[in-house]
Design a protein around this ligand. Sequence first.
Ligand code: BG6
Length: 305
Amino acid sequence: MNHSGVACDKKTASFEVVKDRNGIDQVVLQNSRGASARVSLHGGQVLSWKTDHGEELLFISSKAIFKPPTPVRGGIPICFPQFGKRGSLEQHGFARNKIWVMDDHPPPLQPSDSSGKSFIDLLLKPSEDDLRIWPHGFEFRLRVSLSANGHLTLISRVRNINCKPFSFSMAYHTYFSISDISEVRIEGLETLDYLDNLCEKKRFTEQGDALTFESEVDRVYLGSSDTVAIFDHERKRTFLIQKEGLPDVVVWNPWEKKSKSMTDFGDEEYRQMLCVDGAAIEKPITLKPGEEWTGRLELSYVPSS
Ligand SMILES: O=P(O)(O)OC[C@H]1O[C@@H](O)[C@H](O)[C@@H](O)[C@@H]1O
């Protein structure tokens, strides 16, 4: 199938555009082995990423609301131009609530970002309402691609098309599907400083051990290495998060009490999800007129013992 703004190598991959129940386009990417991903124009949000055995790798709440402007609880919402409540905008900024468009003529990326991959290019430009609350002309281009080996890559390019500089924060708010929160650990954040959202954003230093979970966690780890891993012992699977241009890592699990206060989240669902986000938060990105920033996230999984 051919669609403007969408390209793929038909020998190795395919895609399809379908409408959700609210009439919003979703793009289904598939690789030659049958792995798939689903991306909605609502928020430019990845809603599903499946292995070639059809196993879902991302968490979506059974109570998620799919009607804009509510952001969908799960998948990979894009937080932009603000993370959390660190600014005057609504929580996590407006990008995740907007309807993005397919990008007909994206500026070229590296050939390796296209060949053998099934991908979709999306674009968000500010509406007049957006400009009233955040008066900065920008173009946000997002490429979501699925490779032959099932890796999911998100490449964000933000360009300043205005005549004055602006600054922003950004996060790929990734809800991983896990067997049980008591069975997982994160490696790659040991010894880093973090800002604890549960303690008025105070700065602490992580101890030398891998991160495990026994209560609510809501932290921004600062200046992490470019690879972070989530080990899921029960499922015998490890997620690898590789990132470029995204120095920070958000780790969030709402645990029991907060889960009960969220209307679009099941009371017990905190057990089956863990958010680990590649992000740029502590030091906002500043773009001069005409400048562009790129932030790249690659997600993959390997069997583990
Ligand atoms: O409910 P929202 O707006 O999607 O946010 C969920 C969570 O997102 C996390 O990234 C934040 O650190 C948390 O503080 C927040 O509760």
